[in-house]
Ligand binder design. Structure first.
Ligand code: SF4
Ligand code: SF4
Length: 219
């Protein structure tokens, strides 16, 4: 397969995120007692390893970090760097340890969106709470985590958060540029699914114009 354009990769990532979101929402809607919710952060505090993400996921996370206050962003970047040598289990460097919430929630990795709603063969992928609720509700149709991982691999190479941060410090793609392109691609992905547009046509046109000038859009 040839190299995918940035537009293709961002659009595909958005479609994957949407598919995971829909599955999670459906499960929670049908089982209101489902335990995954804001502030339930055991999974974020007991990672088997530092999160690995694709380049496009990292671009979203980096943009979200840039939107935090300077002090918080610096604290998180320091934690990301330190996480390279952290012993297991790892506390995610993107976690707000006081509130138990994700500091980059809208940009969180696909693995985090899927956790608690997908399965690896016959095993539910989740914490002990999810495993027990899984036995309680055997009718839940779990997402296929292996397929999800294949989808992510098709987006390009992955790396750990400290590896991406290190490469950015050595001169990565400017976040603003990637963010603009990302917004445009999301707009397209949403429209192509015939969903309600996220932005006004004027905003979409402005983003498209910006991306066009950057030479990132196909003719
Ligand atoms: S996977 Fe477990 S710890 Fe994580 S949000 Fe769901 S119930 Fe809470
Ligand atoms: S990125 Fe956010 S949701 Fe994922 S493990 Fe870290 S704090 Fe939790």
């Amino acid at each position: 397969m040839g190299r995918r354009s940035t537009v293709d990769v961002v659009s595909r990532l958005y479609q994957i995120q949407e598919a995971v979101r829909q599955r999670a929402e459906e499960v929670v809607a049908n089982h209101p007692s489902w335990p995954c919710r804001k502030g339930c952060d055991d999974c974020c505090r007991q990672l088997a390893s530092v999160p690995r993400v694709t380049g496009e996921e990292w671009q979203s996370i980096a943009a979200a970090l840039s939107a935090l206050s300077d002090d918080t962003a610096e604290l998180v970047r320091r934690r990301i760097r330190e996480s390279a040598d952290a012993p297991r289990p790892v506390i995610c460097p993107l976690l707000d340890r006081d509130s138990g919430t994700c500091l980059v929630y809208e940009a969180r990795p696909v693995a985090c969106r899927a956790y608690g709603f997908y399965a690896e063969r016959e095993y539910v992928l989740g914490c002990s709470r999810i495993e027990s609720i899984g036995q309680q509700f055997p009718e839940v149709v779990w997402g296929n985590h292996a397929v999800l991982e294949d989808e992510l691999r098709s987006l390009g190479a992955d790396a750990t958060l400290p590896e991406w941060l290190g490469s950015e410090n050595r001169g990565g793609v400017p976040n603003l540029r990637r963010l603009q392109i990302s917004l445009l691609c999301r707009e397209r992905a949403v429209n192509s699914d015939d969903r309600r547009p996220l932005r006004t046509p004027a905003m979409a046109a402005g983003i498209a114009d910006h991306a066009w000038k950057l030479g990132e859009l196909p003719a």
